[in-house]
Design a protein around this ligand. Structure first.
Ligand SMILES: Cc1cc2nc3c(=O)[nH]c(=O)nc-3n(C[C@H](O)[C@H](O)[C@H](O)COP(=O)(O)O)c2cc1C
Length: 184
């Protein structure tokens, strides 16, 4: 069992967070939820609050005394999903002004997995530069761009095409989307 951090912001797409949480827990991992105020509002608006409250631990994003604010905390990695352009900009520029952005900063400085799932359209140059900067610093940017070739039947199926990629990059084996070309 590993410990993962799930950062949730006020970008649209709370279902991606809920499905990531579901699969991390299904794989036996302990998940701490770090959700911004805007994240709470948007998740509620999108009907995902109950699913997110199933996290093993819900951390106060204003509490810098939480263990994940320190590099000595042994969590395995973090996904920020969905990631707003505001939080993306902060993470790309070292602005650790809440526990979510501080924990992301810890991931980068400790060379741990940081998966960032931005959701916006279109991107302006600042968004793109921030994604470049985050990538150079070691984060994996996985856009919330679902695919359709697995013939998803529900919104959850569609979201899972992105979640499978998030899990892969967090080193969590899964068979959500069969490997392309496999017989399964
Ligand atoms: C319904 C709704 C949907 C939103 N969707 C997005 C989005 O997809 N991407 C984004 O960058 N901001 C989006 N926003 C704006 C963010 O919530 C806002 O910039 C907020 O300050 C982000 O704060 P946070 O990064 O601390 O969560 C949305 C806001 C609302 C109310």
């Amino acid at each position: 069992m590993s410990h993962y951090l799930l950062g949730v912001t006020g970008a649209s797409g709370a279902v991606y967070a809920a499905r990531t949480l579901f699969y991390l827990q299904k794989a036996g991992h302990f998940v701490s939820l770090l959700i911004t105020d805007a994240g709470k509002e948007v998740a509620d608006y999108e009907g995902q609050t109950a699913a997110l409250l199933k996290a093993d631990e819900i951390l106060d994003v204003e509490n810098f005394f939480a263990s994940c604010a320190s590099g000595s905390s042994a969590f395995a990695g973090m996904a920020v999903v969905p990631c707003s352009m505001g939080t993306l900009g902060k993470m790309a520029n070292g602005i650790a002004d809440n526990l979510l952005t501080r924990a992301a900063d810890v991931c980068l400085k400790e060379r741990r997995k940081l998966v960032v799932v931005p959701r916006e359209m279109p991107y302006n140059l600042i968004h793109l530069k921030n994604m470049e900067q985050l990538t150079l610093a070691g984060a994996i940017v996985i856009p919330a761009s679902p695919h359709f070739y697995a013939k998803p039947q529900t919104i959850e199926d569609l979201a899972d095409t992105v979640v499978a990629k998030i899990l892969n990059h967090l080193n969590v084996p899964n068979t959500i989307v069969p490997e392309w070309g496999s017989k399964g």
